[in-house]
Design a protein around this ligand. Sequence first.
Ligand SMILES: *Cc1c(COP(=O)(O)O)cnc(C)c1O
Length: 370
Amino acid sequence: MLPGFMDPLVPPNVDRMIPYQPGKPLEELERELGITQAIKLASNENPLGPSPKAVEAIRAAATQLHLYPDGAAHALRSALAERHGVSLDEVVLGNGSNELIDLICRTFPSRDDHVVFGKPSFVCYWLGCTAAGVPFTEVPLKDDLAWDVDAMLEAVEPRTKVLFLANPNNPTGAHVGKAELSRLLRELPERVVAVIDEAYVEFPDAEDYVTALELRDLRERLLVLRTFSKAYGIAGSRVGYALGPAELVGYLHRMRAPFNVNSLGQIGALAALDDTAHVERYVALNTAERPRVAAGLRELGLTVAPSQANFVLVDFGRPGREVYDALLRKGVILRPMPAPIDTWLRITIGTPDQNDRLLGAVKELLDASA
Ligand SMILES: *Cc1c(COP(=O)(O)O)cnc(C)c1O
Protein backbone atom coordinates (compact mmCIF):
# COMPACT_ATOMS: atom_id res chain seq x y z
CA MET A 1 0.00 0.00 0.00
CA LEU A 2 1.20 3.48 -0.77
CA PRO A 3 2.43 5.30 2.31
CA GLY A 4 -0.14 7.76 3.63
CA PHE A 5 -2.92 6.41 1.43
CA MET A 6 -5.21 5.76 4.40
CA ASP A 7 -4.73 9.24 5.80
CA PRO A 8 -7.98 11.18 5.90
CA LEU A 9 -8.61 12.97 2.60
CA VAL A 10 -9.16 16.33 4.30
CA PRO A 11 -8.12 17.90 7.63
CA PRO A 12 -10.68 17.66 10.49
CA ASN A 13 -11.80 21.29 10.13
CA VAL A 14 -12.66 20.75 6.47
CA ASP A 15 -14.59 17.62 7.44
CA ARG A 16 -16.65 19.72 9.89
CA MET A 17 -17.72 22.19 7.18
CA ILE A 18 -21.43 22.29 6.35
CA PRO A 19 -22.68 23.67 3.02
CA TYR A 20 -24.24 27.12 3.47
CA GLN A 21 -28.05 26.88 3.29
CA PRO A 22 -29.37 29.84 1.31
CA GLY A 23 -33.01 30.95 1.26
CA LYS A 24 -35.09 28.82 -1.10
CA PRO A 25 -35.13 30.35 -4.60
CA LEU A 26 -38.54 31.43 -5.93
CA GLU A 27 -38.24 29.45 -9.18
CA GLU A 28 -37.49 26.29 -7.21
CA LEU A 29 -40.66 26.59 -5.11
CA GLU A 30 -42.80 27.52 -8.10
CA ARG A 31 -41.44 24.54 -10.03
CA GLU A 32 -42.02 22.15 -7.12
CA LEU A 33 -45.59 23.28 -6.40
CA GLY A 34 -46.59 24.18 -9.95
CA ILE A 35 -47.63 27.64 -8.75
CA THR A 36 -46.77 31.19 -9.74
CA GLN A 37 -46.76 34.42 -7.74
CA ALA A 38 -44.89 32.98 -4.78
CA ILE A 39 -43.10 35.54 -2.60
CA LYS A 40 -39.65 35.21 -1.07
CA LEU A 41 -39.12 36.91 2.25
CA ALA A 42 -36.16 34.75 3.14
CA SER A 43 -32.90 36.48 2.21
CA ASN A 44 -33.29 40.16 3.16
CA GLU A 45 -33.18 41.24 -0.48
CA ASN A 46 -34.51 44.59 -1.69
CA PRO A 47 -38.22 44.01 -2.50
CA LEU A 48 -38.15 46.96 -4.93
CA GLY A 49 -35.53 45.19 -7.04
CA PRO A 50 -32.17 46.51 -8.20
CA SER A 51 -31.43 50.16 -8.85
CA PRO A 52 -32.59 50.84 -12.44
CA LYS A 53 -29.36 52.78 -12.93
CA ALA A 54 -27.33 49.69 -12.00
CA VAL A 55 -29.32 47.57 -14.46
CA GLU A 56 -28.69 50.09 -17.23
CA ALA A 57 -24.96 50.31 -16.49
CA ILE A 58 -24.58 46.52 -16.38
CA ARG A 59 -26.45 46.13 -19.65
CA ALA A 60 -24.16 48.64 -21.35
CA ALA A 61 -21.02 47.05 -19.88
CA ALA A 62 -21.86 43.58 -21.20
CA THR A 63 -20.23 44.42 -24.52
CA GLN A 64 -16.82 44.53 -22.78
CA LEU A 65 -17.02 41.09 -21.17
CA HIS A 66 -14.08 39.79 -23.21
CA LEU A 67 -11.80 41.97 -21.06
CA TYR A 68 -10.60 41.13 -17.56
CA PRO A 69 -12.01 43.42 -14.86
CA ASP A 70 -9.90 46.22 -13.39
CA GLY A 71 -8.17 44.13 -10.72
CA ALA A 72 -7.68 47.19 -8.54
CA ALA A 73 -11.33 48.24 -9.03
CA HIS A 74 -10.12 51.81 -9.10
CA ALA A 75 -13.34 53.56 -10.06
CA LEU A 76 -15.51 51.85 -7.45
CA ARG A 77 -12.92 52.05 -4.67
CA SER A 78 -12.37 55.76 -5.39
CA ALA A 79 -16.10 56.44 -5.25
CA LEU A 80 -16.38 54.55 -1.94
CA ALA A 81 -13.36 56.35 -0.49
CA GLU A 82 -14.93 59.68 -1.40
CA ARG A 83 -18.34 58.66 -0.05
CA HIS A 84 -16.87 57.70 3.31
CA GLY A 85 -14.15 60.34 3.55
CA VAL A 86 -11.29 57.81 3.66
CA SER A 87 -8.31 57.28 1.37
CA LEU A 88 -8.11 54.77 -1.46
CA ASP A 89 -5.79 52.43 0.44
CA GLU A 90 -8.39 52.14 3.21
CA VAL A 91 -10.90 50.36 0.92
CA VAL A 92 -10.91 46.71 -0.20
CA LEU A 93 -13.69 45.01 -2.16
CA GLY A 94 -14.97 41.49 -1.79
CA ASN A 95 -17.09 39.11 -3.82
CA GLY A 96 -19.86 40.00 -1.39
CA SER A 97 -18.86 40.81 2.17
CA ASN A 98 -18.98 37.02 2.66
CA GLU A 99 -15.66 36.80 0.88
CA LEU A 100 -14.18 39.46 3.15
CA ILE A 101 -15.30 37.53 6.24
CA ASP A 102 -13.55 34.48 4.84
CA LEU A 103 -10.43 36.51 3.99
CA ILE A 104 -10.30 38.03 7.47
CA CYS A 105 -10.41 34.53 8.99
CA ARG A 106 -7.54 33.42 6.73
CA THR A 107 -5.47 36.60 7.06
CA PHE A 108 -5.22 37.67 10.71
CA PRO A 109 -5.52 34.61 12.98
CA SER A 110 -3.26 31.58 12.72
CA ARG A 111 -4.43 28.13 13.82
CA ASP A 112 -3.03 28.84 17.27
CA ASP A 113 -5.08 32.00 17.62
CA HIS A 114 -8.72 32.55 18.44
CA VAL A 115 -11.81 34.41 17.21
CA VAL A 116 -14.90 35.66 19.08
CA PHE A 117 -18.41 36.14 17.65
CA GLY A 118 -22.04 35.98 18.80
CA LYS A 119 -24.61 33.18 18.76
CA PRO A 120 -27.00 33.37 17.09
CA SER A 121 -25.33 35.66 14.60
CA PHE A 122 -24.31 35.54 10.94
CA VAL A 123 -23.39 31.93 10.11
CA CYS A 124 -20.50 33.01 7.86
CA TYR A 125 -18.31 33.79 10.89
CA TRP A 126 -18.58 30.13 11.91
CA LEU A 127 -17.97 28.99 8.32
CA GLY A 128 -14.97 31.31 7.90
CA CYS A 129 -13.29 30.20 11.11
CA THR A 130 -13.97 26.53 10.52
CA ALA A 131 -12.68 26.67 6.95
CA ALA A 132 -9.52 28.40 8.15
CA GLY A 133 -9.08 25.94 11.03
CA VAL A 134 -9.08 28.76 13.59
CA PRO A 135 -10.45 28.11 17.11
CA PHE A 136 -13.37 30.33 18.14
CA THR A 137 -15.81 31.09 20.94
CA GLU A 138 -19.48 31.72 20.19
CA VAL A 139 -20.89 34.10 22.79
CA PRO A 140 -24.62 33.63 23.52
CA LEU A 141 -26.89 36.65 23.19
CA LYS A 142 -28.93 37.69 26.22
CA ASP A 143 -32.26 35.93 26.87
CA ASP A 144 -34.11 38.72 25.06
CA LEU A 145 -31.75 38.22 22.05
CA ALA A 146 -29.94 41.53 22.75
CA TRP A 147 -26.16 41.70 22.34
CA ASP A 148 -24.17 40.91 25.50
CA VAL A 149 -21.16 43.21 25.17
CA ASP A 150 -19.79 42.21 28.58
CA ALA A 151 -19.85 38.54 27.65
CA MET A 152 -18.14 39.33 24.31
CA LEU A 153 -15.34 41.12 26.18
CA GLU A 154 -15.06 38.30 28.72
CA ALA A 155 -14.68 35.75 25.91
CA VAL A 156 -11.51 37.46 24.70
CA GLU A 157 -8.45 35.31 25.43
CA PRO A 158 -4.74 36.08 25.23
CA ARG A 159 -4.72 34.50 21.73
CA THR A 160 -7.82 36.29 20.43
CA LYS A 161 -7.01 38.05 17.15
CA VAL A 162 -10.44 38.89 15.70
CA LEU A 163 -13.89 39.74 17.07
CA PHE A 164 -16.92 39.85 14.75
CA LEU A 165 -20.03 41.82 15.65
CA ALA A 166 -22.94 42.38 13.27
CA ASN A 167 -24.69 45.68 13.96
CA PRO A 168 -27.62 45.31 13.52
CA ASN A 169 -27.36 41.58 14.06
CA ASN A 170 -28.59 38.91 11.67
CA PRO A 171 -30.85 36.94 12.38
CA THR A 172 -32.17 38.90 15.39
CA GLY A 173 -32.19 42.51 14.10
CA ALA A 174 -30.86 43.75 17.46
CA HIS A 175 -28.40 46.65 17.47
CA VAL A 176 -25.68 47.82 19.82
CA GLY A 177 -26.06 51.51 20.68
CA LYS A 178 -23.34 54.13 20.58
CA ALA A 179 -22.38 53.91 24.26
CA GLU A 180 -21.99 50.12 24.31
CA LEU A 181 -20.25 49.97 20.94
CA SER A 182 -17.81 52.66 22.07
CA ARG A 183 -17.11 50.71 25.24
CA LEU A 184 -16.48 47.52 23.25
CA LEU A 185 -14.09 49.26 20.84
CA ARG A 186 -12.25 50.94 23.72
CA GLU A 187 -11.97 47.95 26.03
CA LEU A 188 -10.99 45.32 23.45
CA PRO A 189 -7.25 44.70 23.70
CA GLU A 190 -5.28 46.63 21.06
CA ARG A 191 -4.08 43.45 19.35
CA VAL A 192 -7.64 42.35 18.44
CA VAL A 193 -9.03 43.26 15.00
CA ALA A 194 -12.60 44.41 15.69
CA VAL A 195 -14.81 43.65 12.68
CA ILE A 196 -18.13 45.49 12.75
CA ASP A 197 -20.38 44.03 10.07
CA GLU A 198 -22.76 46.75 8.93
CA ALA A 199 -24.69 44.89 6.21
CA TYR A 200 -27.89 46.57 7.46
CA VAL A 201 -26.47 50.02 8.28
CA GLU A 202 -29.04 51.86 6.13
CA PHE A 203 -32.08 50.62 8.06
CA PRO A 204 -31.84 51.55 11.77
CA ASP A 205 -33.97 54.41 13.07
CA ALA A 206 -32.98 54.09 16.74
CA GLU A 207 -31.54 57.36 18.05
CA ASP A 208 -28.52 55.65 19.59
CA TYR A 209 -27.44 53.76 16.44
CA VAL A 210 -24.10 54.84 14.96
CA THR A 211 -21.87 53.40 12.32
CA ALA A 212 -18.51 52.29 13.68
CA LEU A 213 -16.96 54.62 11.08
CA GLU A 214 -17.84 57.44 13.47
CA LEU A 215 -15.88 55.69 16.20
CA ARG A 216 -12.69 55.04 14.27
CA ASP A 217 -10.71 57.22 16.65
CA LEU A 218 -11.36 54.75 19.46
CA ARG A 219 -9.05 52.05 18.12
CA GLU A 220 -6.57 51.38 15.33
CA ARG A 221 -7.55 47.80 14.55
CA LEU A 222 -11.07 48.28 13.26
CA LEU A 223 -12.62 46.98 10.04
CA VAL A 224 -16.11 47.99 8.98
CA LEU A 225 -17.92 45.69 6.53
CA ARG A 226 -20.55 46.97 4.12
CA THR A 227 -22.45 45.36 1.25
CA PHE A 228 -24.38 46.18 -1.91
CA SER A 229 -26.59 43.13 -1.32
CA LYS A 230 -29.23 44.57 0.98
CA ALA A 231 -30.32 48.24 0.71
CA TYR A 232 -28.64 48.71 -2.68
CA GLY A 233 -30.50 45.73 -4.08
CA ILE A 234 -27.80 44.00 -6.12
CA ALA A 235 -27.21 40.83 -4.09
CA GLY A 236 -26.84 38.86 -7.32
CA SER A 237 -23.80 40.83 -8.42
CA ARG A 238 -21.85 39.96 -5.22
CA VAL A 239 -20.12 43.15 -4.10
CA GLY A 240 -19.15 44.06 -0.55
CA TYR A 241 -16.32 46.09 0.94
CA ALA A 242 -14.25 46.66 4.04
CA LEU A 243 -13.04 50.01 5.34
CA GLY A 244 -10.13 50.23 7.76
CA PRO A 245 -6.57 51.37 8.28
CA ALA A 246 -4.28 50.88 5.27
CA GLU A 247 -2.16 48.32 7.13
CA LEU A 248 -5.10 45.96 7.73
CA VAL A 249 -6.64 46.59 4.31
CA GLY A 250 -3.26 46.00 2.66
CA TYR A 251 -3.08 42.46 4.04
CA LEU A 252 -6.59 41.72 2.74
CA HIS A 253 -5.49 42.94 -0.71
CA ARG A 254 -2.53 40.56 -0.60
CA MET A 255 -4.74 37.63 0.35
CA ARG A 256 -7.66 38.20 -2.01
CA ALA A 257 -7.84 36.42 -5.34
CA PRO A 258 -6.92 38.42 -8.44
CA PHE A 259 -10.08 39.89 -10.03
CA ASN A 260 -12.17 38.85 -7.02
CA VAL A 261 -14.93 41.28 -7.99
CA ASN A 262 -16.14 40.85 -11.57
CA SER A 263 -16.54 43.74 -13.99
CA LEU A 264 -20.37 43.73 -14.04
CA GLY A 265 -20.37 43.78 -10.23
CA GLN A 266 -17.99 46.73 -10.13
CA ILE A 267 -19.99 48.68 -12.71
CA GLY A 268 -23.35 47.86 -11.15
CA ALA A 269 -22.16 48.84 -7.68
CA LEU A 270 -20.76 52.14 -8.95
CA ALA A 271 -24.11 53.01 -10.51
CA ALA A 272 -26.09 51.76 -7.48
CA LEU A 273 -23.93 53.87 -5.16
CA ASP A 274 -25.01 56.92 -7.11
CA ASP A 275 -28.71 56.01 -7.02
CA THR A 276 -29.39 57.38 -3.56
CA ALA A 277 -33.07 57.89 -4.47
CA HIS A 278 -33.52 54.14 -4.90
CA VAL A 279 -31.99 53.39 -1.50
CA GLU A 280 -34.05 56.15 0.14
CA ARG A 281 -37.27 54.76 -1.34
CA TYR A 282 -36.48 51.33 0.10
CA VAL A 283 -35.42 52.63 3.51
CA ALA A 284 -38.64 54.70 3.76
CA LEU A 285 -40.67 51.63 2.82
CA ASN A 286 -38.87 49.47 5.39
CA THR A 287 -39.18 52.07 8.14
CA ALA A 288 -42.94 52.24 7.60
CA GLU A 289 -43.58 48.53 7.06
CA ARG A 290 -41.33 47.00 9.75
CA PRO A 291 -43.48 48.24 12.69
CA ARG A 292 -46.68 47.42 10.78
CA VAL A 293 -45.59 43.82 10.13
CA ALA A 294 -44.33 43.42 13.70
CA ALA A 295 -47.62 44.76 15.12
CA GLY A 296 -49.63 42.50 12.79
CA LEU A 297 -47.70 39.42 13.91
CA ARG A 298 -48.00 40.37 17.59
CA GLU A 299 -51.77 40.78 17.14
CA LEU A 300 -51.79 37.15 16.03
CA GLY A 301 -50.21 36.25 19.37
CA LEU A 302 -46.62 35.77 18.16
CA THR A 303 -43.44 37.08 19.79
CA VAL A 304 -41.43 39.44 17.59
CA ALA A 305 -37.87 40.39 18.51
CA PRO A 306 -37.17 44.14 18.28
CA SER A 307 -35.45 44.80 14.94
CA GLN A 308 -33.47 47.66 13.43
CA ALA A 309 -32.93 45.81 10.16
CA ASN A 310 -35.00 44.91 7.06
CA PHE A 311 -36.37 41.73 8.66
CA VAL A 312 -37.96 40.53 11.88
CA LEU A 313 -37.32 37.36 13.85
CA VAL A 314 -40.55 35.75 15.03
CA ASP A 315 -41.25 33.02 17.56
CA PHE A 316 -44.05 30.69 16.45
CA GLY A 317 -43.79 28.58 19.60
CA ARG A 318 -43.71 25.34 17.60
CA PRO A 319 -41.16 23.66 15.34
CA GLY A 320 -40.16 26.33 12.84
CA ARG A 321 -39.66 23.75 10.12
CA GLU A 322 -43.38 22.89 10.21
CA VAL A 323 -44.34 26.54 9.96
CA TYR A 324 -41.86 26.96 7.12
CA ASP A 325 -43.29 24.00 5.19
CA ALA A 326 -46.90 25.06 5.75
CA LEU A 327 -46.18 28.59 4.51
CA LEU A 328 -44.27 27.26 1.50
CA ARG A 329 -47.47 25.52 0.45
CA LYS A 330 -49.15 28.95 0.58
CA GLY A 331 -46.42 30.36 -1.67
CA VAL A 332 -44.54 32.26 1.06
CA ILE A 333 -40.85 31.54 1.58
CA LEU A 334 -39.45 32.41 5.02
CA ARG A 335 -36.16 31.45 6.65
CA PRO A 336 -36.17 28.69 9.29
CA MET A 337 -33.59 28.92 12.08
CA PRO A 338 -31.30 26.32 13.63
CA ALA A 339 -31.34 25.34 17.33
CA PRO A 340 -31.50 26.91 19.87
CA ILE A 341 -33.94 29.27 18.10
CA ASP A 342 -35.62 26.60 15.98
CA THR A 343 -39.13 27.78 16.87
CA TRP A 344 -38.32 31.16 15.32
CA LEU A 345 -38.39 32.19 11.66
CA ARG A 346 -36.75 35.19 10.05
CA ILE A 347 -39.07 37.24 7.85
CA THR A 348 -37.80 39.86 5.42
CA ILE A 349 -39.94 43.01 5.26
CA GLY A 350 -41.41 43.19 1.77
CA THR A 351 -43.62 45.59 -0.17
CA PRO A 352 -46.99 46.45 1.46
CA ASP A 353 -48.71 43.88 -0.79
CA GLN A 354 -46.20 41.15 0.07
CA ASN A 355 -46.51 41.94 3.76
CA ASP A 356 -50.31 41.73 3.55
CA ARG A 357 -49.97 38.31 1.93
CA LEU A 358 -47.58 37.23 4.64
CA LEU A 359 -49.91 38.35 7.44
CA GLY A 360 -52.86 36.67 5.72
CA ALA A 361 -50.98 33.40 5.28
CA VAL A 362 -49.80 33.35 8.90
CA LYS A 363 -53.33 34.07 10.13
CA GLU A 364 -54.73 31.20 8.03
CA LEU A 365 -52.07 28.89 9.39
CA LEU A 366 -52.74 29.80 13.01
CA ASP A 367 -56.54 29.64 12.53
CA ALA A 368 -56.26 26.18 10.95
CA SER A 369 -54.28 24.81 13.88
CA ALA A 370 -56.25 26.58 16.64
C1 LIG B 1 -26.46 39.60 4.23
C2 LIG B 1 -25.31 39.81 5.14
C3 LIG B 1 -24.05 40.09 4.64
C4 LIG B 1 -23.88 40.34 3.17
O1 LIG B 1 -23.32 39.33 2.50
P1 LIG B 1 -22.86 39.58 0.99
O2 LIG B 1 -21.83 38.54 0.84
O3 LIG B 1 -22.28 40.96 0.91
O4 LIG B 1 -24.05 39.40 0.13
C5 LIG B 1 -22.99 40.28 5.50
N1 LIG B 1 -23.18 40.23 6.83
C6 LIG B 1 -24.39 40.00 7.36
C7 LIG B 1 -24.56 40.00 8.82
C8 LIG B 1 -25.48 39.75 6.52
O5 LIG B 1 -26.67 39.48 7.05
